[in-house]
Design a protein around this ligand. Structure first.
Ligand SMILES: *[C@@H]1O[C@H](CO)[C@@H](O)[C@H](O)[C@H]1NC(C)=O
Length: 799
């Protein structure tokens, strides 16, 4: 058989079909060359395909004209021709070996074929040794019986290893090596220099070797440490030319963008690896009045980016301004940041209150309070007196117009209309409504005028009043009328006069002024013997009347005398008129008490009180000790000629007259007597003894006792008593040297039982006893004295 030239014609197609065939390994015999085979009997297309696959490689797949010629020459002519490996699938002609559609340039159809005569002509036959169209294709029914045409391949699966292709040649094959490989079975691989691949500074290289270390197709990948980036090729490959595809790269430090400090700020950087490079750190600060917004520090990251954008220095912001009403605000800058200045202006008609300009300070506060606009106001206008005002606005704001008008009869003086100016003043003059003037008043004598208003204008009212002492004549009040005339005549003041005074009968008058004008004083007087009745002095008062009562001169009369008892009265004249004198005298036995003569004085009073006659009586002194009296009349009615007799108590002697008579003078005819006590003679103290008495004076009843010094005996009475006749009851005692016995006590002439007592109680007892005895002896009580002295003698012997 002739060699196949197929490869040179269409290598790729052939190759592809062969490779597919190699995968169907099992039935192929080693070293067997490429060859064609056909069946001895006919079969359907499908059976033919199965048969070829069973005994050979597959059905023939016609690729080119050379192969067709070759087949036409070597195959015998068969009835019904040969099936080949082309078939219609879903309307398209397909190589069944590869499953690929038939391309136009590979088509080899006979004339007018494929004619698609009838449904089912889906399989292809090849004409071999036909008179016409030998080697060409025809479509036919797959179920027709035809001879199967098969082929067998020479190459096996491992003919050329993994790195080459097996190429069929007549009865043999050869290896064609893939790039990078060489050798009979492509068993060798091309090597590249290993030392040309190494890790760069700050980086590493990593290689993968598919065909052996640093051999053909070894692939190396370079990478840099964090913060570094590759400069050059990132990869390299071992080429078939035994060289590396790229030079090794370098690792350069990552650069961040250049930064500049923010406006109103500063920046300071630290660059450990390079200016604005990986790991560079920059800090930012702001000037006063600005605050940093953003990160205060930026760091350059491994990716070449700062971890934040450059911060900004934002001016400090003051609080936003409130609405500024009625004016305009104009601010520098952004209005409310540090350094911004806002100035304020008010609209016309408004006035600025507060600072005209404020500035935002670094402390975020405005330098001053925000001002405000105050409406300019004109002062309040008063309605003119007797006129009225009418304004365009209630409030006197700028532009307000006010007009004035006057009541009938009044004239407007000043501006009829005014307007409130921008500066807060009214234009023009204030209006006044002036009344028509009445003629000025004449002088008003002796009085005062009081006028309303300006005295002489319409409506002015003048009232008049007079001084004291004057009376108003005419209208008390007049008014200036619209017709410029006073409503009435002006009044006048007339002096007030009191009525003429008459001189009183028996008297006279004297006045301070001849005319009886107000204030005139008149005094009255009466002749002697006449008494003034009524006011002594009168004055002309404001109302023209005299003050006081009417005056009269009446003759003086004293009050008539009372009855004069026990005497006689004798008066001069008519007894009770001024100057009359009355004298008084009393009857016998009576005495005149008071003035003996009284006179009726000018004041109608008697000069003295009227006297009276008192009965004459004599007087006895109050009770006298020891003296008793016995009179002819009771002791308080001892009138003239009354007599009294006197006597003394026992133990007393009467001294003077025993009786007396009351005389005309009220004196007794003789001096009154008195009583003197009867006294015993003085007792001598005994020699060598002593005496002790109940009374110092030796009056009747006095008891004296004697006592002797030790060693002496009393001789005589131990006790003696003063008798009514002024004698001691016994003799005086003597103190003698011890001798004969003697009587203990002198016998009392009054009787026995005299006692000596040491205290008052006993003395009383003694007295009682003494009185009892005295009674027996007819003695009066007064003859016995109470003993006042302590008796020294022993009492037991006495009782
Ligand atoms: C950037 O890095 C610095 C230093 O680490 C840090 O202080 C700063 O807060 C960072 N900024 C941001 C936005 O993360």
């Amino acid at each position: 058989m002739d060699c196949f030239r197929t490869r040179s014609l269409n290598t790729s197609c052939m190759l592809f079909s062969l490779i597919i065939l190699f995968s169907m390994v099992s039935l192929w015999k080693l070293a067997e060359g490429w060859s064609y085979h056909h069946s001895d009997h006919r079969m359907t297309w499908s059976k033919a395909e199965s048969w070829c696959k069973q005994y050979y490689t597959n059905m023939v797949a016609i690729q080119n004209h050379d192969e067709i010629e070759h087949l036409n020459s070597i195959l015998p002519k068969k009835h019904g021709h040969y099936w080949i490996g082309i078939r219609k699938v879903n309307g398209t002609w397909v190589w069944v070996g590869t499953g690929k559609p038939l391309t136009a340039d590979a088509e080899n159809w006979a004339d007018e074929e494929p004619n698609n005569r009838g449904i089912g002509q889906d399989c292809v036959e090849i004409y071999i040794k036909r008179k016409t169209d030998a080697g060409k294709w025809n479509d036919d029914f797959c179920t027709n019986q035809k001879t199967a045409l098969c082929y067998t391949a020479s190459c096996t699966a491992d003919s050329c290893g993994q790195h080459g292709e097996c190429v069929e040649i007549i009865d043999s094959h050869k290896c064609e090596c893939f790039e990078g490989f060489y050798g009979a079975k492509c068993e060798h691989v091309i090597q590249c220099p290993a030392k040309e691949v190494s890790s760069p500074l700050n980086g590493i290289v990593h290689c993968s070797h598919s065909n052996g270390r640093f051999a053909y197709a070894s692939h190396c990948q370079y990478s840099c440490s964090e913060g570094y980036q590759i400069s050059g090729s990132q990869t390299t490959r071992c080429e078939a030319s035994k060289t590396w595809s790229n030079e090794p790269p370098t690792c350069e430090v990552v650069q961040c963008s250049k930064m500049s400090p923010p406006a109103q700020g500063t920046m300071q950087c630290e660059d450990p690896l390079g200016h604005f490079s990986y790991r560079s750190a920059c800090g930012f600060t702001c000037e006063e009045g600005y605050t940093l917004t953003g990160s205060g520090q930026l760091v350059c990251g491994a990716t070449g980016h700062w971890n934040d954008s450059v911060p900004t220095c934002e001016a400090v912001r003051c609080p936003s301004l409130e609405e500024f009403v009625h004016g305009t605000v104009s601010c520098s800058g952004d209005s409310i940041s540090f350094g911004s200045t806002c100035s304020f202006k008010c609209d016309d008609g408004f006035r600025l209150q507060g600072a005209p300009e404020i500035t935002c300070t670094e402390s975020a506060q405005w330098s001053q309070k925000m001002p405000y606009c105050e409406a300019v106001m004109c002062p309040h206008l008063l309605e003119p007196v007797n006129g009225f005002i009418s304004c365009s606005s209630e409030k006197a704001t700028v532009g307000t117009v006010c007009s004035f008008d006057c009541l009938d009869g009044y004239n407007l003086h000043g501006s009829k209309m005014v307007m409130c100016n921008l500066n807060g003043n009214w234009s023009g003059e204030e209006a006044e409504c002036q009344a028509v003037h009445c003629p000025p008043l004449e002088e008003f004598v002796h009085g005062t005028v009081s006028c309303s208003g300006d005295s002489i204008s319409f409506g002015s009212t003048c009232s008049f009043s007079c001084e004291d002492g004057f009376r108003l004549k005419g209208a008390p009040e007049i008014t200036c009328t619209e017709s410029a005339q006073w409503s009435q005549k002006m009044p006048y003041c007339e002096a007030v006069m009191c009525p003429h005074l008459l001189e009183p009968v028996n008297g006279f008058i004297s006045c301070s002024s001849e005319k009886a004008t107000v204030g005139t004083v008149c005094s009255f007087d009466c002749l002697d013997g006449y008494h003034l009745h009524g006011s002594k002095m009168v004055m002309c008062s404001l109302n023209g009347n005299w003050s006081g009562e009417e005056t009269e001169c009446k003759a003086v009369h004293c009050p008539s005398l009372e009855e004069f008892e026990h005497g006689t009265v004798s008066c001069s004249g008519d007894i009770i008129s001024f100057g009359s004198t009355c004298s008084f005298s009393c009857n016998d036995g009576f005495r005149l008490q008071g003035a003996p003569e009284i006179t009726c004085t000018e004041s109608a009073q008697w000069s003295q009180k009227m006297p009276y006659c008192e009965v004459i009586r004599c007087r006895l002194p109050g009770e006298q000790i020891h003296l008793s009296s016995e009179c002819s009349r009771s002791s308080d009615d001892l009138t003239v000629n009354s007599t009294c007799h006197f006597s003394c108590e026992t133990g007393f002697d009467l001294q003077g007259a025993v009786s007396t008579e009351c005389t005309e003078t009220g004196e007794w005819s003789s001096a009154l007597p008195h009583c003197t006590a009867v006294m015993c003679p003085h007792l001598q103290e005994p020699v060598n003894g002593f005496i002790s008495c109940s009374s110092e004076k030796a009056t009747v009843g006095t008891v004296c006792s004697f006592d002797c010094l030790d060693g002496y005996h009393l001789h005589g009475y131990e006790m003696v008593m003063c008798n009514l006749n002024g004698n001691w009851s016994g003799e005086e005692a003597e103190c003698q040297a011890p001798s004969l016995s003697r009587p203990l006590m002198a016998g009392l002439s009054l009787g026995a039982g005299a006692t000596a007592l040491s205290f008052i109680g006993l003395a009383l007892w003694v007295m009682k006893r003494l009185r009892q005895k005295a009674k027996r002896f007819n003695l009066s009580n007064s003859d016995i004295n109470v003993p006042h002295q302590t008796y020294k003698s022993s009492t037991d012997s006495l009782i």
